[in-house]
Design a protein around this ligand. Structure first.
Ligand SMILES: NC(=O)c1ccc[n+]([C@@H]2O[C@H](COP(=O)([O-])OP(=O)(O)OC[C@H]3O[C@@H](n4cnc5c(N)ncnc54)[C@H](OP(=O)(O)O)[C@@H]3O)[C@@H](O)[C@H]2O)c1
Length: 435
C-alpha cells in the first residue's frame, strides 16, 4: 500500500488523492531500483518531513486513546492501522517472501514489504490478491548500507514499534565464476558482482544488509507490545548447518574457514569469506551459513534480555522461485521435476510461505534459537509428514540418511555454524563493516 494521500501545505488538511510512492523517500542511495525521486531532493525531504509530522500527530492521538481507553479512529486519510501487529519482510516481491506476506496479511498483520523494486513489489502484491489496506511497500536495497538505514528511518516515521522481522531476501549466482556453463563461452558467468560498498553481492545482500537491519530494528522490536516479538532469518539445507544433512553434502560445500576473507574487509580482490577463490554457488551457501550464525548470535546476545524470539528455518526446496533465475534454462526446467519425483523435497511457494508465516505468527514456533525444518514434502519423506515443531527426532530420511532434514535446537545446530566463537567473530567483524 502506498501512501494514499497527497501532502498538503498544512498537514492538518489531509485529502485523499492518487498514490504517492513512499519508497522514493528512501532511495537517495544508488541501487538497482534506486532511481532519483521525480520531484528532486528538496521535494523528497519535504515529503519525509511531512510524513514524519503526520506520524507524530497520529502517535499522539494513539497515546491519548490508550491513556483514556478511547477507541479513536485513525486520522482521516492516515493509512496506518496501529491496532495490527506489524511485520517487516525483506524480499517480499517474489517467491517465499511474497507468499509469507500474503499469508500474514490474511491473518490480520500489517505487512511492510521491504523491497528493492517498488513497482515490482506493488504489482506482485496485487497479483496475489493482497488487500492494499494490509500491506505497505517501502524501498530497501540490502546491498546498500545507506538504503538499509533509509528504510529504517522511513519505517520509524510511520510506525511506533515492530512485532516481527523476517530476513528473507537473497540472491544466488551459481554460475558467475564459470567461463561457460556447458562449454567455454556458452553462458559465461561474468565474474563476481559487487554491492554499493564494494562487497561481493551474495555476502552483502544475503547477510550483511540483514545484519545491519537486525541491529537497527532491534530497538523497534524491543518496543513491541507482543509478548514475544520475533526475528526470523532464512537458512537453507545446503548451508551445512545440520552435521547429518544430505543437502549440505552437495559440492561446492559451504566453508567460511576462520573468516580470513572477512578479516581482510571482503572487498576486491577478496570475494570469499574464507579468503579462497571465487565460486558463486559457494558464496551463496556461505552467506546462508552466516545468516544462521547471525540468528545464533542474536539469540545469545539478546533473547534473555529482550524476550525477542530469534529463529531460522529451511522452508523446503521451493524449486520454481526466482532464486534460480541465474541458472541456465535447462536446469530451471528440470529442477522442479527432479525434486518432485526423485528427491521428494519439493514444496510449493504457497506452502513454503505458510511455513514462514507460522514462524512469525504461530505460538508453537516460538522457541528462540531453533532452526525449523519440515518433514513431508519439504523434507525427504514424500507426501504428508511432520510439522517442523514435531520434526525433532533423528530418523532415516528418503535417502536412508540418519538425522537429516529435521528441526534443530540451538545446541544441535552444527556443521559450519556450530562454533560459538566463530559466531562471535562474525558479529564483531560485521560490526566493523557496517560502522
Ligand atoms: N527457493 C528455495 O528452494 C529455497 C530453499 C531454501 C531457502 N531459501 C531461501 O528463501 C529465501 C527467499 O528465496 P526465494 O526462493 O523466494 O527467491 P526469490 O523468489 O528470488 O526471492 C528473493 C527476494 O529477495 C529480493 N532481493 C534480492 N536482492 C535484494 C536486495 N539487494 N535488496 C532487497 N531485496 C533483494 C528479491 O527482489 P527482486 O524481486 O527485486 O529480485 C526477491 O524479492 C532466500 O533467503 C533463500 O535463501 C529458498
Amino acid at each position: 500500500m502506498a501512501l494514499n494521500f497527497v501532502l498538503p501545505a498544512s498537514p492538518s488538511t489531509l485529502a485523499p488523492a492518487p498514490s504517492v510512492a513512499t519508497h522514493h523517500a528512501s532511495t537517495a542511495s544508488a541501487g538497482p531500483a534506486g532511481a532519483a525521486p521525480t520531484g528532486g531532493l528538496a521535494a523528497t525531504c519535504a515529503t519525509v518531513a511531512a510524513v514524519a509530522g503526520l506520524a507524530q500527530r497520529q502517535r499522539n492521538r494513539n497515546k491519548v486513546a490508550r491513556k483514556f481507553s478511547l477507541n479513536l479512529p485513525n486520522m482521516p486519510g492516515f493509512p496506518f492501522e496501529k491496532s495490527k501487529k506489524t511485520v517487516v519482510i525483506t524480499g517480499a516481491s517474489s517467491g517465499l517472501g511474497l507468499q509469507a506476506a500474503k499469508s500474514l496479511a490474511q491473518q490480520g498483520w500489517q505487512v511492510i514489504m521491504a523491497c528493492r523494486d517498488f513497482q515490482k513489489a506493488e504489482k506482485a502484491a496485487k497479483e496475489v490478491g493482497m488487500d492494499p489496506e494490509n500491506y505497505q511497500v517501502i524501498h530497501c536495497d540490502l546491498a546498500s548500507k545507506q538504503s538499509v538505514r533509509n528504510f529504517v528511518q522511513t519505517f520509524r516515521t510511520m510506525y511506533n514499534s515492530l512485532d516481527a522481522l523476517v530476513c528473507n531476501a537473497a540472491v544466488y549466482f551459481p554460475n558467475t565464476h564459470k567461463e561457460g556453463v556447458i562449454l567455454p563461452g556458452l553462458f559465461p558467468g561474468g565474474g563476481p558482482r559487487w554491492s554499493a560498498e564494494g562487497h561481493e553481492m551474495s555476502f552483502a545482500a544475503n547477510y550483511l544488509g540483514h545484519f545491519l537491519l537486525c541491529k537497527l530494528l532491534l530497538e523497534d522490536l524491543k518496543k513491541s507490545s507482543f509478548s514475544a516479538p520475533r526475528c526470523v532469518i532464512l537458512g537453507t539445507v545446503t548451508a551445512t548447518v545440520n552435521g547429518a544433512g544430505l543437502g549440505g553434502m552437495i559440492p561446492p560445500l559451504a566453508h567460511v574457514g576462520n573468516f580470513e576473507g572477512l578479516e581482510k574487509g571482503m572487498k576486491a580482490p577478496v570475494t570469499m569469506l574464507d579468503g579462497g577463490a571465487f565460486d558463486g554457488a559457494k558464496a551463496y551457501k556461505d552467506s546462508k551459513v552466516c545468516d544462521v550464525m547471525l540468528m545464533k548470535e542474536l539469540h545469545k546476545r539478546y533473547h534473555k534480555e529482550t524476550g525477542i524470539v530469534f529463529t531460522s528455518l529451511y522452508p523446503g526446496c521451493i524449486a520454481e522461485t526466482n532464486l534460480f533465475r541465474e541458472h541456465y534454462p535447462l536446469f530451471q526446467n528440470l529442477f522442479p521435476a527432479f525434486h518432485k519425483t526423485v528427491t521428494k523435497a519439493y514444496v510449493s511457494q504457497e506452502e513454503a510461505g505458510q511455513r514462514l508465516a507460522a514462524c512469525v505468527a504461530d505460538e508453537r514456533y516460538g522457541t528462540s534459537g531453533s532452526y525449523y525444518s519440515w518433514e513431508g514434502e519439504a523434507g525427504t519423506g514424500g507426501g504428508g509428514g511432520r510439522e517442523a515443531v514435531q520434526n525433532t527426532e533423528k530418523d532415516l530420511d528418503w535417502f536412508m540418511n540418519y538425522g537429516s532434514f529435521r528441526t534443530l535446537s540451538i545446541d544441535e545446530i552444527g556443521g559450519e555454524a556450530a562454533d560459538d566463537q566463530r559466531c562471535s567473530k562474525l558479529w564483531e567483524l560485521s560490526e566493523k563493516l557496517v560502522a
